[in-house]
Design a protein around this ligand. Sequence first.
Ligand code: SAM
Length: 287
Amino acid sequence: MTNHDTRQDGARRVGQVKEVTSLANPIVKDIKALSQKKARDEAGTFLAEGLKLIIDALDLGWTIRTLIYSKAAKGKPLVEQVAARTVAAGGLVLEVSEKVMGSIVRRDNPQMVAGVFDQRWKPLKDVSLKAGETWVALDRVRDPGNLGTIIRTADAAGASGVMLVDECTDPYSMETVRATMGSMFNIPLVRTTSQAFREWKKSSGVQLVATHLAGAVDYRKIDYARAPVVLLMGNEQSGLPEDLAKAADRLARIPQQGRADSLNLAIATGIMLFEARRHLLVLDEAR
Ligand code: SAM
């Protein structure tokens, strides 16, 4: 590779790789702005960190816009492969100093590789559950860590997707993306309103199991194999609103002991997911 371009903005082009050492570089500024929801919404992109995660995303067909790696990763075969795949997909490859990488991912000990990907949203009208499928619907989830944990758990339980009902925390924030540990690339996301969700439910043929602290049904007594299941979970502070609770076929409760008023939302979702899919989950003893 030959150097053929040196600029005032702290960027130098080496072959198809751009070397950037300046925090003031405009591309770096645009990537850093992705820590803000407004910039993510405008660009329709988001930032994800970690080599394995980026390889998984590319394998699953996600579109990479920019690959960023720190100098220490230069020459590593897997990084070179990912860089070649990024260029082949029409993306940009940036080689940056550790200082620039740390400021992009907002960490002191940053991962060596990060990527900017296009966001993906599945339209609700395209969601049609088949036998054995389970989706999670979250009413106004607020906490990014909860949402990331739920997406990761949904993936681990073999669920088919997560719906975000009304104003939810952004699944493409750095905190949520980190908490998903890569599962977000495997779990379709839908955003919708309460009204559209309730309308969709009427013709969907799904069994809507809503979890509620006042639920009368023990969550272990439901026949989850009867029809495809959507598990509806309430907001962390206020629980499920009445209109959503009324749309449910069953109002399920997880029995509790002790002094806690309720379970953490992500924990309750995990318990429900593994119960709803218990008949479908088998231990692969050969692993
Ligand atoms: N103060 C809220 C309320 O009154 O509903 C607590 C909400 S709780 C932290 C968040 C969500 O987790 C609930 O809306 C429900 O979906 C689920 N959840 C937590 N504990 C549960 C339990 N024991 N049984 C059923 N659902 C539960």
